[in-house]
Design a binder for this molecule. Structure first.
Ligand code: GLU
Length: 441
């Protein structure tokens, strides 16, 4: 980007449009944290005696807001706001990703950290929940600026992270390179190399085979299990996917290999459609080159709002929060929604889908494959002994299947949605650990 266009770029902490209330002051806007609190309220009646501890889940244990100043390439200084929230550490150290996005807020990071607590307990990995983020549009930064931002942020949150305290990982707009800078910064400050401080690292720095694909593989694994329960033949299924990065792209590839037809894909650049099924490997190549599905020659461009009504069996939202809401939930034709993203369905939409008999596989189990392989990476780093990819994938599939089937049984037993069932299992585990540990002092 030229210096001139940089100068014209919006200020990182740009105020909302005049007259518009910021979302956290708008009473009609529940927001991700409000949504999470509602989910906890829904599960409380199923927690028995443990419900006396439920308030623990409604308050993040620790929230850190940091100023992240960096020198831009043009010599000026820009300030960004960063966060790291540790929602709960009853079952182990905090664990969860770091996102770089222009819409990141404290309340969003709080909700994402809480969903990590639920997710980690749902697949029974020995972690609490945490999340971090910086309010920044990383597309407006050069590589050098991105590195300085990452390093300063890591230094600022260095007081609360560590291999035994809280272990960040990639999330929206962060990747193995960002994790390498985080690992290096933390290690430099410590005086020795600590590979276990972050997961999702490049393989040559203690990363794990299979980690990049793990979230998409987990989405596919639970999707196949659920399809079996509802008598849906995956090899004949029609699939639509929103978001075609690490999660949506990998899940689409695995479903296509199993015979499913991927008829529509949407991302930030547009929507492509092909009745006979898109060629997923070719579309992945196109995205690697152009960073969007838009312009893919072997498909038809359709309007973005038409995506939701495409006839399909399976819908995978794998982008951002709040994408399935009361305006589009009534149009969705899928039999099953697999939440690759975190928080893609608003509570109103959840109710509409349930009334219409659409099965929703909630984020807190559907996308737990990523953190499950993060756990494997952390274990491998500690033992300095690395497993082969077949072993990692086999262990991942075993954990995801067992967790999903336990959730399925709980949902049947209590006649509740899979989301509430996942919360029942996870909250019970967290609060049981909390009770065993007792209140200090
Ligand atoms: N950011 C991913 C998630 O939301 C992975 C977190 C991790 O591996 O710690 O689950």
């Amino acid at each position: 980007m030229s210096q001139a266009s940089r100068a014209a770029a919006p200020s990182p902490a740009a105020a909302p449009a005049p007259g518009a209330l910021p979302s956290y002051l708008d009473p009609s806007h529940l927001g991700p944290w409000g949504i999470y609190l509602q989910q906890v309220d829904r599960v409380t009646p199923y927690l028995g005696n443990l419900s006396r501890w439920v308030e623990t889940l409604k308050r993040p244990k620790r929230s850190l807001i940091v100023d992240v100043p960096i020198e831009l390439d043009n010599g000026t200084v820009a300030h960004f706001e960063g966060y790291r929230v540790q929602h709960n550490t009853s079952r182990g150290p905090g664990k969860g990703g770091v996102r770089f996005h222009q819409d990141v807020t404290l309340s969003e990071v709080m909700a994402l950290s809480a969903w990590m607590s639920i997710k980690n307990a749902a697949v029974n990995v020995p972690y609490g929940g945490a999340k971090g983020g910086i309010r920044v549009d990383p597309r407006l930064l050069s590589r050098g600026e991105l590195e300085r931002l990452t390093r300063r942020y890591t230094s600022e949150i260095g007081i609360i992270i560590g291999p035994n305290k809280d272990i960040p990982a990639p999330d929206v707009n962060t990747d193995g390179q960002v994790m390498a800078w985080m690992m290096d910064t933390y290690s430099m400050n410590q005086g020795s190399t600590a590979t276990g401080v972050v997961t999702g690292k490049p393989i040559d720095l203690g990363g794990s085979l299979g980690r990049v694909e793990a979230t998409g593989r987990g989405v596919f694994t639970v999707g196949v299990e659920a399809a079996r329960h509802i008598g849906l033949d995956v090899s004949q299924a029609r699939l639509i996917v929103q978001g075609f990065g690490n999660v949506g792209g990998v899940a689409a590839k695995l479903f296509a290999e199993a015979g499913a037809r991927v008829v529509a894909v949407q991302d930030h650049g547009g929507t492509v459609y092909r009745e006979a099924g898109l060629n997923v490997p070719e579309l992945l190549k196109h995205v690697a080159e152009h960073r969007t599905v838009a312009g893919f020659a072997d498909g038809e461009k359709i309007a973005d709002d038409q995506f939701w009504q495409v006839d399909c069996d399976i819908l995978i939202p794998a982008a951002l929060e709040g994408q399935i809401n009361k305006t589009n939930a009534g149009k969705i034709r899928a039999r099953m929604v697999i939440e690759g993203a975190n928080g893609p369905t608003t509570p109103e939409a959840d109710d509409i889908l349930q009334e219409r008999g659409v099965l929703v596989l909630p984020d807190v189990i559907a996308n737990a494959g990523g953190v499950t392989v993060s756990y494997f990476e952390w274990v491998q780093d500690f033992s300095s002994f690395f497993w082969d990819e077949d072993e990692i994938n086999a262990r991942l599939v075993r954990i995801m299947k067992a967790a999903f089937n336990a959730i399925w049984l709980t949902a049947q037993e209590h006649k509740v949605s899979l989301r509430t069932a996942t919360f029942i299992i996870a909250c019970t585990r967290i609060l049981h650990a909390r009770e065993l540990r007792g209140l200090y002092p």
